[in-house]
Ligand binder design. Structure first.
Ligand SMILES: *[C@@H]1O[C@H](CO)[C@@H](O)[C@H](O)[C@H]1NC(C)=O
Ligand SMILES: *[C@@H]1O[C@H](CO)[C@@H](O)[C@H](O)[C@H]1NC(C)=O
Ligand SMILES: *[C@@H]1O[C@H](CO)[C@@H](O)[C@H](O)[C@H]1NC(C)=O
Ligand SMILES: *[C@@H]1O[C@H](CO)[C@@H](O)[C@H](O)[C@H]1NC(C)=O
Ligand SMILES: *[C@@H]1O[C@H](CO)[C@@H](O)[C@H](O)[C@H]1NC(C)=O
Ligand SMILES: *[C@@H]1O[C@H](CO)[C@@H](O)[C@H](O)[C@H]1NC(C)=O
Ligand SMILES: *[C@@H]1O[C@H](CO)[C@@H](O)[C@H](O)[C@H]1NC(C)=O
Length: 441
């Protein structure tokens, strides 16, 4: 059969689609005036993300003939990305899409130290003969002082920065102050609990701008701490300060300091002054009744256009992902001087994989004990978490326990567990850290 001849064309197409690669290039890593890798080969459809290190670099497209000068007629430019660490990448990245196989010539346009002339250069699909990367480097070494596009704004690619919302269960945005030029996309990434990112004025923290004229993510509740799982993205349009807060009234997040700023002035109406105003803002906070406003919400990369399916301003990420705690089974028998039932084996799935048994020995001094239920839930992103069922009545438990679970990131009651107290973590906890809000009962 004509296997080869009949499949060559479609196979070709498949291969070129499937081979779209996401390349990552470091800019100034280790304090060196260098792109790494300096050259790479990419096909149309590939993306290249530049990660920035100290001190203050740009990614600027030039021609081969004129290194250290922006490409006439419009090349890409990331804008400058000042950052402190030579080893930890800035939260700000720049991503370009490769459209064809022509060579792309790139330099850092920082004049303070003549980065371009010092060899801070990069090329995509550089020829191996003639206009080679090494010939480009030679031209750059002799080039006059570098220039950048005069408006200083990112163009021809995506400049993006990320802010963590409620990381570690804290009522904070990290970082709570960012300085970025217009056109930058700010991605807020949500962590467990139920937060918003809502725009306010400087004078009236904890309240939305009037007439739905500011942005608002709406309430985004999640139990999972996965960067990029649930996000709110907005675009910076100008250099004016932007003030925002979390409108969760349960715990008065805004008054507790869960506020932040984009391009806050260093003097006068500073972020610190805004935080001080938020502390004394009269609760309850408010957010607009509809969401998202002025930005886009994504859950696992899928845009959520309608909240609560019928409008409204709150979503539950677990529900969207179908993360439903399965019913786990647990049985126990008591020995000793228990007035209730305590001791025995609890069977459930730990962390999604291990089947665990727990054997409790010792004395139980409680009247009613409901067996602990290990909830093991699985998100589409293959992240597991365990939690205690907190809906049950709670009493004090005095009991010695030994647990043998296959998984990690589990929580158990302390030897003496009081009402409302956090459980202890097992020794083998998940690498990105869980918080135990569970209670023993
Ligand atoms: C980064 O470098 C650019 C160009 O030299 C300069 O305009 C800008 O002020 C610098 N930013 C910081 C924070 O040093
Ligand atoms: C690819 O095309 C897009 C859309 O025209 C443009 O914004 C981008 O800068 C191009 N990429 C490169 C590497 O030139
Ligand atoms: C959360 O708060 C704790 C205690 O104040 C602190 O140690 C930790 O660094 C904070 N985490 C973040 C991400 O801010
Ligand atoms: C809000 O909209 C109403 C009705 O369009 C208008 O009368 C009012 O002035 C607006 N308020 C502000 C602060 O823009
Ligand atoms: C920038 O403009 C767009 C379009 O009007 C708007 O949706 C967005 O909220 C604005 N960004 C900010 C930070 O206000
Ligand atoms: C999130 O908080 C809002 C406002 O308090 C509330 O309406 C919503 O039901 C909460 N969502 C979840 C899943 O807790
Ligand atoms: C438990 O979950 C953590 C966090 O996702 C993961 O690192 C670990 O490998 C998991 N353990 C098992 C046994 O699946």
């Amino acid at each position: 059969m004509g296997f080869l001849s009949s499949t060559v064309a479609p196979l070709f197409l498949l291969v070129s689609l499937a081979s779209a690669t996401h390349h990552v290039v470091t800019v100034g890593k280790g304090g060196q005036l260098k792109f790494d890798p300096e050259t790479l080969v990419a096909v149309p459809g590939d993306t290249i993300t530049y990660n920035y290190f100290a001190r203050n670099h740009s990614v600027t497209q030039s021609s081969f003939d004129k290194p250290c000068q922006p490409l006439v007629g419009g090349g890409f430019f990331s804008g400058f990305v000042p950052t402190e660490s030579p080893d930890i990448a800035s939260r700000t990245t720049f991503t370009i899409t490769v459209n064809d196989t022509r060579p792309i010539w790139v330099y850092c346009s920082q004049t303070n130290g003549n980065h371009c002339q010092s060899g801070m250069l990069h090329a995509v699909n550089a020829p191996t003969q003639g206009n080679t990367f090494s010939a480009f480097k030679d031209l750059a070494a002799k080039a006059p002082t570098s220039t950048s596009p005069p408006d200083g704004l990112p163009v021809g690619g995506l400049r993006k920065t990320t802010v963590d919302v409620g990381l570690d269960g804290n009522l904070t945005y990290s970082p709570n102050s960012i300085n970025e030029p217009p056109r930058t996309v700010v991605e807020f990434s949500y962590n467990p609990r139920n937060h918003t990112v809502t725009q306010s004025s400087f004078d009236k923290p904890c309240f939305p701008l009037p007439n739905n004229s500011g942005f608002s993510s709406g309430f985004i509740a999640t139990t999972q701490s996965v960067p990029g799982l649930a996000t709110f993205e907005l675009v910076i349009n100008d250099t004016k300060p932007i003030w925002f807060y979390c409108g969760q009234v349960n715990g008065n997040h805004c008054q507790a300091g869960m506020v932040g700023a984009i391009n806050a002035p260093a003097a006068g109406n500073t972020l610190d002054a805004f935080i001080a105003k938020a502390k004394v803002a009269p609760p309850p906070s408010v957010i607009p009744p509809v969401a998202p406003l002025g930005g886009r919400v994504f859950v696992e990369g899928v845009e959520i256009v309608k909240f609560n399916l019928n409008g409204g301003n709150a979503i539950d990420v677990d529900k969207i992902l179908g993360v439903v705690p399965p019913t786990a089974t647990a049985t126990r028998t008591a020995t000793g001087t228990a007035t209730g039932t305590v001791i025995g084996t609890a069977t459930g799935t730990a962390n999604g994989t291990g089947t665990g048994t727990s054997t409790d020995t010792g004395t139980a001094t409680l009247t009613t004990v409901v067996p602990p239920v290990y909830y093991t839930t699985k998100a589409a992103s293959s992240v597991y978490y365990n939690t205690w069922d907190t809906s049950k009545p709670v009493t004090t438990v005095t009991v010695t326990r030994s647990y043998g679970y296959g998984g990690k990131g589990q929580w158990k009651p302390k030897a003496t567990q009081s009402v409302g107290e956090d459980c202890e973590e097992e020794s083998e906890k998940g690498s990105w850290g869980y918080k135990g809000y569970g209670t023993a009962y």
